[in-house]
Design a protein around this ligand. Structure first.
Ligand SMILES: Nc1ncnc2c1ncn2[C@@H]1O[C@H](COP(=O)(O)OP(=O)(O)O)[C@@H](O)[C@H]1O
Ligand SMILES: CCCC(=O)OP(=O)(O)O
Length: 354
């Protein structure tokens, strides 16, 4: 069973060997999710929806051989498939690098796996860190730039693009843009994610996050006495971006507003595209302009409106390849199959992180 909690949905699948036999995207509205003060509090709610879905589809947990979840904001770690251990669960619960829906992946997977006495895994979590040292410097010694990104989908889609180009990913330089509830723009140098905007806090704004903000104004807001730290965090991630301006995290709804002549919706949607294009340009400089392709992926890459806006602005860098949606469910299943077939050994979190 594959479980992928995102900021706007939980994707679930049942796989048999390499084949994905059943998949469902369980959507969550902002109203549903904002009942929970912390993301970790959504654990039972999302797990019960998954178990209910399984039941409705005629499956039982006793039929499962393993459960794999999307990994979360753990300590910076190498890429790979990891067994979910108690030490990992502790870090997922407290959110060692912050709060994010993907923290729930390992937690829900282990809870279901424990019931059946089978193993739970995570694959290429959002905390995979392959940064160049120069990319870690923020400008304020107390604060480091961190690698928090859509590692799983970026790696999976990059491999697919390389295959289509008859190349190995290690021969290519790609700027990968994952456009989902959060947005990651990543320069992939010979298969390595050497920089990224940090989808939670920096770079372009996204359906539900502010991205980078003017820091002076943010500091003033923090000390205005009007907000608690938790409220400020929620304004940055959860209630930022499209949600803050237009009241929805659904890009399709925004496009309907634009189609009905809503000028504000058009301005905000254009601004998101504009910021994405600017970040792609910045990451092309990380690769010194030697870019084989710019790749747009994630849910919003289905949007003709947004991808053509971005394409017009970045096509001068390299050809733009559009791979809408994500390969995360397949990539999670493949990670576990590599362990089952003996191609790869499952890593142990506590042994890999400092
Ligand atoms: N056909 C589409 N056109 C435009 N936007 C879309 C389309 N399908 C999904 N999206 C948008 O993609 C975003 C979610 O992307 P996804 O990669 O599923 O994110 P997450 O995993 O973070 O929840 C939402 O804003 C959703 O409205
Ligand atoms: C922290 C990076 C991962 C991310 O933003 O995922 P979602 O788009 O699913 O929220």
């Amino acid at each position: 069973m594959v479980i992928n909690p995102g900021s706007t949905s939980t994707k679930v699948a049942i796989c048999k060997g390499e084949e994905n036999v059943l998949q469902k995207n369980l959507s969550h509205s902002p109203e549903e999710l904002e009942k929970f003060p912390k993301i970790a509090d959504q654990y039972e709610y999302r797990r019960d929806i998954i178990l209910q879905w399984m039941k409705e589809e005629g499956y039982t947990t006793a039929q499962l051989k393993a459960v794999v979840g999307r990994g979360g904001l753990l300590k910076p770690m190498p890429s790979g498939t990891y067994m979910v251990t108690d030490a990992m669960i502790e870090d997922l619960k407290i959110g060692v690098q912050g709060e994010h829906a993907s923290n729930l992946g390992g937690m829900i997977a282990k809870s279901i796996a424990d019931q059946e006495g089978i193993h739970a895994y995570i694959v290429d979590p959002v905390a995979v860190d392959e940064f160049d040292d120069v990319a870690r410097i923020s400008g304020m010694p107390e604060i480091k730039r961190r690698s928090l990104l859509h590692a799983l989908n970026i790696k999976a889609v990059a491999h697919r693009v390389a295959k289509e180009m008859n190349k190995d990913v290690n021969e290519l330089n790609l700027v990968m843009a994952h456009l989902g509830g959060g947005i990651s723009i990543v320069p992939l140098r010979k298969g390595k994610m050497v920089d990224a905007n940090n989808a939670n806090e920096m770079g372009p704004f996204s359906p539900e996050r502010t991205g980078g903000l003017p820091v002076g104004d943010l500091a003033k807001m923090c000390f205005s006495g009007k907000y608690t730290l938790a409220e400020i965090k929620k304004k940055i991630s959860g209630k930022g971006g499209l949600v803050a301006y237009l009241g929805t995290n659904d890009a399709r709804e925004v496009e309907k507003m634009i189609a009905s002549g809503d000028a504000k919706a058009k301005l905000i949607y254009d601004a998101m595209g504009y910021q994405i294009a600017k970040e792609i340009g910045a990451m092309a400089t990380v690769l010194e302009g030697k870019v084989d392709a710019v790749v747009l992926t994630g849910g919003i890459a289905y949007s003709q409106m947004l991808t053509s806006y971005i394409k017009e602005r970045v096509e001068f860098i390299a050809p733009v390849i559009i791979k809408p949606g994500e390969d995360e469910m397949i990539a999670l299943n493949e990670g576990v199959n590599r362990v089952f077939s003996g191609q790869e050994k499952a890593k142990i979190y506590e042994e890999e992180v400092k």
